[in-house]
Ligand binder design. Structure first.
Ligand SMILES: *[C@@H]1O[C@H](CO)[C@@H](O)[C@H](O)[C@H]1NC(C)=O
Length: 310
């Protein structure tokens, strides 16, 4: 019998080394991973690129990997964090929104705050490596009721003001968004325009009211900004709707300058689906599927306007 010739150490290692060198120079590493001195020791977690980060959403725990990551984002990222909240009844809508964001070439990191573990399982295979899945459990009823105004809806609404406050009070630049949207283009140029005019928060309107479903904190160090979101959160105790309160708080905090995103590009659902013609719709940056009740009705309306892309 001929003895099998073991490959020498070098024939084994050299191809591996060559592959590592090849991969290193061919990875398209976004600028934000290499920028800065990385002088904060707690930010070392950012060196592990390649898989989306997953964990518990608890910003009061500074040893939590998600907390560290968001601290890194606050310190080094040029683009604000996009935060949204979701739960399993909204899985398909969430995915539809997420794909629209990626198709639009939006480069901000996306943080999904997930209110149950099943939505995490479902979203995981679709996650891009920069983005984050964070669990923030809520004591939903056995069959979660996503109806506007229901008890489960109220849990979500109250969690929202709390987590927005948690992020803003740490001066993390934030865009908050609902998932019943399709982003046709990157909103950044329009938000940047409001920023250049000295506004503190970019908002859009639902009819005559401010919409709490999409806003961008454009000056996270503005005087009064933490109180603004603190008052929104405090006012939510015992309530299950947050939009009216958002409007009240905005009136009370006249020191905060609100910049309005243009309604022709960021219309509410009534304008987009009822008032606009095809040419007007073509211009729209963010489609908001509101002013309609029921999850399935929203899905059907997206489908009938070719905005269901999953
Ligand atoms: C943000 O607000 C602070 C405090 O009002 C102000 O000093 C600063 O110039 C603002 N930054 C921008 C970019 O407008």
């Amino acid at each position: 019998m001929t003895k099998w010739n073991r490959p020498s150490l070098w024939t084994g290692i050299i191809p591996v080394l060559l592959m590592i060198v090849f991969l290193y120079f061919n990875l398209d590493i976004p600028e934000r991973f290499t920028r800065g001195e990385l002088d904060c020791p707690e930010c070392a977690v950012r060196n592990e690129i390649g898989t989306p980060l997953e964990g518990i959403f608890d910003l009061s725990d500074t040893s939590n990997p998600i907390t560290k990551e968001l601290m890194f984002t606050a310190k080094y990222d040029t683009l604000p964090l996009i935060m949204t909240a979701t739960s399993v009844p909204f899985y398909e809508m969430t995915l539809n929104w997420y794909i629209s964001v990626k198709n639009a070439g939006v480069r901000n990191r996306v943080l999904f705050v997930c209110h149950d573990t099943i939505i995490i399982e479902k979203l995981r295979p679709h996650m891009r490596t920069d983005d984050i899945l964070a669990l923030y459990s809520l004591p939903f009823s056995a069959v979660p009721d996503s109806t506007y105004g229901s008890n489960d809806y109220g849990l979500v609404a109250r969690a929202r003001t709390k987590m927005v406050f948690d992020v803003v009070s740490r001066e993390i630049p934030l865009w908050f968004t609902d998932v019943d949207m399709v982003w046709n283009r990157d909103p950044w140029p329009f938000i940047a325009d409001l920023q250049s005019k000295g506004h503190d928060i970019a908002v859009l309107r639902d009819g005559n009211h401010l919409c709490a479903g999409f806003f961008a904190v454009i000056n996270s160090t503005a005087d009064g900004i933490i109180d603004f979101f603190g008052d929104w959160d405090k006012g939510m105790s015992g309530k299950n709707l947050n939009q009216g309160l958002f409007n009240t708080v905005a009136k009370q905090h006249s020191e905060i300058s609100l910049g309005y995103l243009p309604a022709n590009l960021f219309p509410d659902g009534r304008q987009y689906f009822h008032d606009f013609d095809a040419d007007q719709r073509k211009e729209v940056v963010v489609v908001h599927n509101n002013f309609i009740k029921g999850y399935q009705n929203k899905v059907d309306r997206f489908k009938s306007h070719n905005l269901w892309i999953i």
